[in-house]
Design a protein around this ligand. Structure first.
Ligand code: HEM
Length: 533
């Protein structure tokens, strides 16, 4: 009876914070799947015989409502791999009153990423989390067709000319920041860095300067934007997937930060319009020029909210990527040596130009750093920033003879795909060369006509997703992270610290408690300046 009381209390608090429809969905799931309601389930079988008989297998659980939440939350990859062994590629489990159906394997990925809009939507899955942080009129607050146009605006703004202009900016920011971090480091002396924090700082400085514009970058310098960013980011916690609003300080701070950031962008736009600034190739200027197919223009609020979405969408994904690359390279000095040789060949035509004499990277030479590409892909394979991708099932949908009912969440798990042994032998081994000559995972994206990205969805390597929701920041992420890591290894030698207790080197575990998989604390690296000789 204590358990029953607990369930009722938890459900009451959940349903009071959800809208009526979501609360209804949770109730339906509890009644349909909880063991304590077993006797009622037979009535449902009679009513929906066909659907029930063809439901995907349900993963065993003991606790009603919570189901497998704890197992999935602690290590989603291990849990999903275990389920895959026991139930096959398609199975359902209960998580906080929601039925999560996973479709694994290449076919499952193809199904999820290209599921018809009438059957399942991203907005149904993510709206609660994203709309309060990004704001209205954009992304999952608008019909998908409109969001597709907004994605196209961003893609158009990220032109080759824009990327060419970003290289000197990123180079400046990396040298400036690393220079200040290691300012007092003497030759031969070693220091410890908090890797994820260092990479986060580099990510926000470079992304803000290139994409958001110099005004936002200046705001970071004086600290005004930093506070707004952190308050918005705090709205991006797993708990917010379930609760759109609660009377807690973090929710008030998030809403206030959205308003202030929107106003900041609007002030910048006003100034740029007055000055008729058409030269700057940041995304903000691109969006100010954009026009929907019906001839209307996005409102200033919509532009500001899209900019917030880009700032948040690219921050942890990129900073965790550069962090994991550095961790993997720390135990592979042979790969670091090859990367330096590659930079030397591409930039000077000789394999052994000392790193400190290498000229700055430009966009064309960066594109030629093939091994660096492979290193980033291999890191994304083993340490995939977004391990689970969700859609909300709007209508009963059939997959391989199984019915995934309306109200379920249907999910793909790119991280599980990436660790499939038959495709990637010794899946946990960091082996960048396995990507040499493969363009898998780097798909094109278009809005009208043929969607080339869809073709690549029947794949086991999808760190940037596929189909209509495919990432539009991929190219920027490659330019940003390749430049950051290339410049870092030129100037510094780094290695893993030794754990005092075990005497072994310490490589961080993945932290699955935030929405993006980041390295778990402690996540330090030992760094010293590279000798110039
Ligand atoms: C979508 C991964 C960097 C903006 C996605 C998706 C993935 C992904 C897996 C698909 C989500 C889904 O299907 O639900 C990554 C990774 C990154 C990265 C691994 C870095 C290594 C960026 C950056 C930006 C960005 C730098 C912005 C400049 C977006 C946007 C979407 C997206 C706007 C579209 C969401 C949608 O259509 O629903 N990303 N991303 N991403 N990403 Fe990225």
């Amino acid at each position: 009876s204590a358990l029953a009381v607990l369930v009722v209390v938890v459900f009451w608090s959940v349903s009071s914070s959800l809208n009526a429809t979501s609360a209804g969905k949770v109730w339906t799931n509890i009644i349909a799947y909880s063991p304590i309601f077993d006797q009622f389930r037979s009535a449902r079988v009679t009513l929906k015989n066909y659907i029930i008989q063809n439901l995907p297998p349900t993963v065993k659980h003991i606790l009603p409502f919570f189901g497998n939440t704890i197992e999935y939350g602690i290590d989603p990859v291990k849990f999903l791999q275990k389920c895959q062994k026991e139930y096959g590629d398609t199975f359902t489990f209960l998580m906080l009153g929601r039925m999560m159906t996973f479709t694994l394997g290449p076919d499952g990925n193809h199904f999820l990423f290209n599921v018809k809009l009438k059957d399942a939507t991203a907005e149904g899955a993510y709206e609660t989390l994203t709309v309060p942080v990004f704001g209205k009129e954009v992304v999952y607050d608008v019909p998908n067709s409109l969001f597709m146009e907004q994605k196209k605006f961003v893609k158009d703004a990220l032109s080759t000319a824009a990327f060419k202009s970003y290289l000197p900016i990123i180079t400046y920011e990396v040298k400036d920041y690393l220079g200040s971090v290691f300012e007092n480091l003497q030759a031969g002396q070693e220091t410890e860095i908090e890797t994820f924090q260092t990479m986060s700082e580099l990510t926000i400085r470079t992304a803000a300067h290139c994409l958001m514009g110099k005004e936002i970058r200046d705001g970071l310098r004086v600290g005004s934007v930093t506070k707004l960013y952190h308050d918005l980011d705090a709205g991006f916690r797993p708990i917010n997937v379930f609760f759109k609003w609660l009377p807690l300080p973090a929710y008030f701070a998030r809403d206030k930060a959205n308003l202030e950031m929107t106003n900041l962008f609007k002030t910048i736009m006003k100034k740029r319009k007055a000055e008729n600034d058409t030269e700057t190739l940041d995304v903000l200027n691109g969006l100010m020029r954009a026009e929907y197919k019906d001839g209307s223009k996005p409102s200033d609020d919509a532009i500001a909210h899209l900019m917030i979405a880009l700032l948040l969408g690219g921050q942890h994904t990129s900073s965790t990527t550069s962090s994991w690359i550095l961790f993997e390279l720390a135990r592979r000095p042979d790969v670091v040596a090859d990367l330096l040789k590659e930079q030397s060949m591409v930039l000077t035509g000789k394999p052994d130009t000392p790193p400190h004499l290498l000229p700055d990277l430009d966009y064309e030479s960066l594109r030629k750093l093939t091994l660096m590409d492979c290193v980033m892909k291999e890191s994304l394979r083993i340490h995939t920033p977004i391990h689970t991708i969700m859609r909300f099932v709007e209508n009963d949908v059939e997959y391989k003879g199984l019915i995934i009912p309306k109200g379920h969440f249907v999910c793909a798990a790119p991280q599980v795909s990436h660790l499939t042994e038959s495709k990637f032998p010794e899946p946990y081994k960091f082996d960048p060369l396995r990507h040499l000559g493969s363009d898998e995972g780097s798909g094109e994206w278009t809005i009208n006509g043929v969607d080339i990205a869809q073709k690549s969805a029947r794949s086991l390597f999808l760190p940037f997703g596929a189909g209509r929701h495919r990432c539009i920041g991929e190219q920027f992420a490659f330019v940003q992270n390749k430049t950051i890591v290339s410049l870092f290894i030129r100037e510094y030698v780094h290695k893993l610290p030794v754990d005092k207790k075990t005497g072994q080197t310490w490589f961080p575990e993945p932290d699955y408690t935030s929405l993006i998989t980041i390295p778990k604390v402690p996540r330090n690296l030992l760094v010293k300046k590279r000798a110039e000789a």
